[in-house]
Design a protein around this ligand. Structure first.
Ligand code: APR
Length: 229
């Protein structure tokens, strides 16, 4: 019998204790900025400086942050399980915490790509935190964050669905499950899988979820401890 498969589906809450803001909690990012001004293709066309600045600030925070106990515990699961992380986060804390298989549904802040047509495949690692207006691709288009803006396609969604549909265990941590198609991948997990939700606040999930009402840095290591026994 091969190793059991665990899918971890994470959102901003798993990185909250690393100092990176969530979106819809009180004080969250969408309270300070409105999405239409910083996270849509229209925002980019209208004010690329503001959008570049917004992601520079988030990239700087990400590069200065560190994985927390939840990221490390998720990586530890790989000792005994076949683990794949499907995250909505654009930070690289799962990778830096040691996870070896991570799918970023909403892109990666550590990568930039051309804002020109069909630039999807050509993206580059952004070494330092600051992208400047004037950083252009070889066709002369301004470089933009390799992130999925509202209204843009989610290229990795089919890959994520094909991964979750053979899960034995699904662990959902740090997401309000408000955003689609990302949140919809849970509908493709096997109904006989075991489901866990780790979140300090009320998130509506079906009754077959084992709900752990706790922060990620406490709840995840405790669950991982149990699963590794
Ligand atoms: N530990 C675990 N969960 C936490 C913690 C914590 N310390 N702090 C907050 N949370 C939970 C909140 O209770 C909430 O359920 O994390 C969740 C954060 O929800 P959102 O802010 O909506 O973030 P997320 O679900 O990741 O948003 C999805 O929306 O804005 C877009 O593209 C963006 O990927 C993002 C997507």
């Amino acid at each position: 019998m091969g190793k059991q498969k665990i899918i971890v589906f994470s959102g901003a809450g798993v990185s909250a204790e690393s100092g990176l803001g969530t979106f819809r909690d009180s004080g969250g990012l969408w309270e300070k900025y409105n999405i239409e001004e910083v996270a849509t293709p229209e925002a980019w066309n209208k004010n690329p400086e503001m959008v570049t600045e917004f992601y520079n600030m988030r990239r700087k925070q990400c590069y200065e942050s560190k994985p927390n106990a939840a990221h490390f515990a998720i990586a530890k699961l790989e000792e005994k399980f076949n683990v794949e992380v499907i995250t909505q986060n654009i930070d690289d804390l799962h990778e830096r915490g040691g996870s070896s298989k991570v799918i970023h549904l909403h892109g990666e802040i550590s990568k930039v790509k051309s804002s020109g047509p069909n630039a999807e495949k050509k993206y580059f690692h952004q070494k330092n935190w600051e992208v400047k207006i004037g950083d252009k691709c070889e066709e002369g288009y301004q470089m933009r964050p390799h992130v999925v803006w509202f209204g843009e396609a989610v290229p990795m969604i089919d890959e994520a669905i094909s991964r979750i549909n053979s899960a034995d265990i699904v662990i959902v941590v740090g997401t309000s499950l408000n955003v689609y198609p990302a949140a919809g991948i849970l509908n493709y997990a096997p109904h006989n899988a075991k489901y866990y939700l780790i979140d300090p606040s009320e998130v509506s999930v079906p009754s077959y979820f084992n709900v752990i009402r706790d922060s990620a840095s406490k709840g995840v290591p405790e669950l991982v401890e149990k699963l590794l026994k």
